[in-house]
Design a protein around this ligand. Structure first.
Ligand SMILES: [Zn+2]
Length: 133
């Protein structure tokens, strides 16, 4: 009780030190948590990427079964269009046309040979797929 003012400021100082240490520790924990979160996120992104890669690889492996894809090159399309004169080869319709694999792609039919591609209208294409399945 000799120096009340000084002891009061001493308590205040100690209080301030404790507070700043507490804030420092909390900040440390916060930073650590944030880093952990970021690492976790990165890991999740990595897993996701690996999963997508695997999926792509699997579908790619299926697509490249015969070293080709379902996609019909435009050169083949032009050839087929000229040969079939822009009509459905079955009914002669000029509406709702599409390129059709004669031997279905899923059964190993090629997209690269015009002989396996023909023009069908939507109706004939539907009839065809009903017949096969
Ligand atoms: Zn047709």
């Amino acid at each position: 009780m000799l120096m009340p003012e000084s002891s009061g400021s001493m308590i205040l100082l100690i209080y301030a030190i404790i507070m700043s240490v507490a804030v420092y520790i909390i900040h440390k924990i916060y930073v650590k948590l944030r880093v952990m979160c970021r690492k976790f996120k990165k890991k999740m992104i990595g897993i996701k990427r690996a999963y997508n890669k695997l999926k792509r690889w699997l579908s790619g492996a299926r697509k490249k079964k015969n070293g080709q894809s379902r996609y019909i090159p435009s050169a083949v399309k032009r050839e087929v269009w000229a040969r079939d004169r822009g009509r459905c080869v079955l009914c002669g319709s000029r509406k709702n046309l599409c390129y059709d694999h004669d031997l279905p792609y899923s059964r190993g039919g090629t997209s690269l040979d015009a002989n396996n591609i023909r023009i069908l209208c939507r109706d004939c294409n539907l009839k065809k797929s009903n017949r096969i399945e």
